[in-house]
Ligand binder design. Structure first.
Ligand code: HEM
Length: 461
């Protein structure tokens, strides 16, 4: 059987010039590059980025997703596949672990994402959202992606580090932004003159800050009984007696900040873009909200009764998945679709490309949340058709938290404002490079006057 397999080098794909490969195209065009390769070469193609990712087998579609996320998991390493995230995520963090080590960490962080714990974050998120959005109606046109980035970063710093003082939150947010930006640094030299070096300095400052928070609270005797995130991480012991060290707790917490803010703000930016361009869907969500909560303040119980909003968020996940690529590295030779992919190759799947396959989703470039409503349920025809939050052992552990946060943001906005976004869908859809293009989005919010039946103030109300 193995004799009939073709070498992965025989996969379709133009791997460019020696030493350069596809690096320039892939780094400059990002998602668009993979989209173009997919259009040319189909659902399995090869890409080369010498020195960075060397050889990549790019696999697209539900079967590929199932293979990489579930069936082939024993031979596909997340630690090695996500090595490019090393400046932020050490091998202590759950996303960069494999096998037994990963299972242990996942068990130890589970209490942080337990339903009860998530419900306890509701008030914090709600108060940050309300405060940050207070003046959105008075500021004219705002930079949507930057504002949402700021908002989601404050939320994760408050939830995961327990920071309360505004100056501390601002400081950690600044360090964290420098750290994330440093991923773009080509020269990986830990020196103040390089982007990477400045990122590492920021990372050490965040670590020192979290260590100091832990020690101050331990000195006050606060850590033992408390149920906030750092205490949960420090105190949880599994049935085999495993427990995180202080350094592991700090690294996991930094991992949560990373995994939990840009993802949420990116998806929110595109949701507000689609909704800003769709008066019909804004009205449908407002009608649903009115039915469920009337003019009461938003509560967690309300958020569980909003099926149309749930479908809107799923449609955002489908069209604009923030993690557009999921990477692993083969640790042994693997067989897929008639090819033998050797150990050492990267094997990547693509959320956005799967989500735009016309054989799964009707008119895949159209914003149509009803595709997830009963009877159609297009994502249910084949497992692993919707993977914006991953799947299998490494599936997003923050998914419920992220969905609650997005519902709080959306509900608050719908109650307080109406909005428009530029560029419009007509000008830029279908968007093939969400990651880069989100920075162009600008929004204008107009306060709604509840006394006038929700008509925006100044819009003829
Ligand atoms: C819209 C928001 C979010 C999206 C689209 C998203 C997406 C994803 C995806 C695709 C993965 C799988 C990565 C892989 O298999 O390589 C993942 C994993 C993960 N996510 Fe999220 N995420 C979101 C929000 C969050 C939040 C709020 C948290 C909270 C800390 C979080 C924590 C994590 C963690 C810890 C993992 C690694 C799990 C593991 O390796 O076992 N995510 N996420």
């Amino acid at each position: 059987m193995t004799n009939k397999l073709k070498s992965a080098e025989m996969m379709p794909g133009n791997i460019g010039l020696p030493l350069i490969g596809n690096t320039i195209d892939a780094l400059s065009k990002q998602e668009l590059f993979y989209w173009q390769q997919h259009q040319k070469y189909g659902n399995a193609f090869k890409v080369a980025m010498p020195g960075l990712f060397d050889r990549i087998a790019c696999l697209i579609g539900p079967e590929a997703n199932r293979f990489v996320l579930k069936d082939g998991v024993d031979k596909l390493s997340s630690r090695l596949g996500n090595k490019f995230l090393e400046p932020i995520l050490t091998t202590d963090t759950v996303l960069r672990q494999d096998g037994a080590e990963h299972r242990t960490s996942r068990k130890l962080i589970l209490p942080v994402f337990h339903q009860q714990a998530i419900a306890a974050y509701f008030d914090t998120i709600q108060s940050v959202v309300t405060e940050v959005m207070t003046d959105w109606g008075e500021r004219g046109t705002i930079d949507l992606s930057a504002e949402l980035h700021k908002l989601t970063l404050i939320i994760v710093v408050k939830i995961f580090l327990g920071s309360e003082k505004t100056s501390e939150i601002q400081q950690v947010s600044e360090w964290f932004t420098i750290l994330v930006d440093s991923l773009n640094g080509v020269v990986k030299w830990d020196n103040p003159l390089t982007l990477h070096g400045r990122g590492q300095t920021a990372r050490r400052k965040i670590s020192d800050y979290v260590r100091q928070v832990i020690r101050e609270r331990a000195a006050r005797g606060d850590l033992e009984q408390s149920t906030d995130v750092l205490s949960l991480l420090l105190n949880t012991v599994d049935e085999d007696g495993n427990k995180f060290t202080e350094t592991q707790v700090i690294n996991q917490a930094i991992g949560f900040l990373f995994a939990g803010h840009d993802t949420t703000s990116s998806l929110m930016s595109w949701l507000l873009f689609e909704l800003g361009n769709s008066p019909e869907w804004r009205q449908r969500l407002r009608d649903e909200q009115q039915q469920v909560m009337g003019n009461e303040p938003i509560s967690i119980t309300h958020l569980r009764q909003l099926p149309q909003m749930t479908n809107v968020i799923k449609e955002g996940e489908r069209m604009y998945p923030p993690a557009f690529i999921i990477c692993r590295m083969a640790t042994a030779d693997i067989e897929y679709a008639g090819y033998l992919i050797p150990a050492g190759w990267y094997v990547c799947i693509f959320t956005m490309l799967t989500h735009r396959l016309p054989e799964i989703y009707q008119k895949p470039d159209s914003f149509d949340p009803d595709r997830f409503a009963p009877i159609r349920e297009e994502d249910q025809q084949q497992p692993y058709s919707l993977i914006g939050f991953g799947g299998g052992v490494h599936s997003c552990i923050g998914v419920e938290l992220a969905k609650m946060e997005m519902k709080i943001i959306l509900s608050t906005l719908l109650q307080k404002y109406d909005w428009t976004v530029t560029p419009t869908t007509e000008e830029i859809a279908p968007v093939r490079r969400p990651f880069t293009m989100q920075k162009q989005l600008k929004a204008t919010f107009v306060p709604i006057n509840p006394l006038h039946g929700g008509v925006p103030v100044g819009w003829g109300g």
